[in-house]
Write a protein that binds this ligand. Structure first.
Ligand SMILES: Cc1cc2nc3c(=O)[nH]c(=O)nc-3n(C[C@H](O)[C@H](O)[C@H](O)COP(=O)(O)O)c2cc1C
Length: 242
């Protein structure tokens, strides 16, 4: 089974996104999947020009020559595509959105009806695979991810792929500090790993497992106080006042 994964965080390997993504992919590899991970910030993926040359002039091929040409065949032949993005202003970041917009050459212009909706046909060789979403955010409530999840569910219908579920981790930036404070963060990583194994072995992820990834680790008031102290100290340090 082929898994292709993308991390769109500008923080690359050190990103909070990777804290959830890496164990998730480890779990998939443990279950026998062949996993390929790319960091989108290392690649050149320009915004879509909307010229539709990929449909009307050079079918399946974009008019722009950048790294997208190497990415699309991997997406087409993947059984599972993993899109991992930090939450930026209540949605995926622009880097990830560029990737989705530039995936249009996987579709053909023809309209077809699916579940009473207009869709585009897949190009030949574009597998009917699954999609998993991984996201992290700074705020404490899991409902901050609702617009992103709704968007990804819709994007999967648009891109003719099956949405398999999402690993969502609030205040992921603070996981190392919470671990130092004795809070059981390891179970978040263990749950992410288990979700990866489940997805490869059964095609699904248990909602209990996904809830463990998202679960609250600290009372909200305590967390807000700690964050504000952290920001105040960081600003004082940067201004040379600490
Ligand atoms: C431009 C920008 C917008 C953000 N918007 C949100 C937001 O709407 N909601 C939220 O909870 N966190 C938001 N965050 C916080 C990030 O999601 C959070 O810091 C995340 O852990 C960063 O992950 P990374 O290290 O993988 O990039 C935002 C951060 C940035 C830089």
């Amino acid at each position: 089974m082929k898994v292709i994964a993308f991390n769109s965080s500008p923080h690359l390997e050190r990103s909070a996104t990777n804290r959830v993504l890496v164990p998730f992919l480890d779990g998939m590899e443990t279950a026998g999947a062949e996993v390929e991970l790319s960091y989108l910030h290392r690649l050149e993926i320009r915004p879509c020009l909307g010229c539709l040359a990929c449909w009307l002039k050079t079918p399946g091929r974009c008019a722009q020559q950048d790294d997208m040409a190497d990415i699309l065949p991997g997406v087409a032949e993947s059984d599972i595509a993993v899109y991992a993005t930090p939450l930026f202003v209540d949605g995926m970041n622009a880097t990830m959105k560029n990737l989705l917009d530039r995936s249009i050459p996987l579709l053909q212009p023809w309209f077809v009806l699916e579940d009473s909706h207009c869709r585009h046909d897949r190009i030949e060789g574009y597998k009917n695979g699954k999609v998993a979403l991984v996201s992290v955010c700074g705020f404490t409530e899991t409902d901050n991810f609702n617009p992103l999840v709704a968007h990804m569910v819709a994007a999967c219908r648009n891109m003719r792929r099956e949405f398999a579920g999402a690993l969502l981790r609030p205040y992921a930036n603070s996981l190392p500090e919470l671990a130092k404070a004795g809070i059981d963060v390891d179970d978040v990583y263990a749950a992410a790993r288990e979700a990866g194994t489940q997805l490869v072995q059964t095609g699904k992820m248990n909602s209990d497992t996904l809830d463990r990834v998202s679960r609250q680790l600290i009372p909200r008031d305590r967390y807000i106080r700690a964050v504000n102290i952290h920001f105040r100290q960081a600003i004082r340090r940067n201004l040379g006042k600490a």
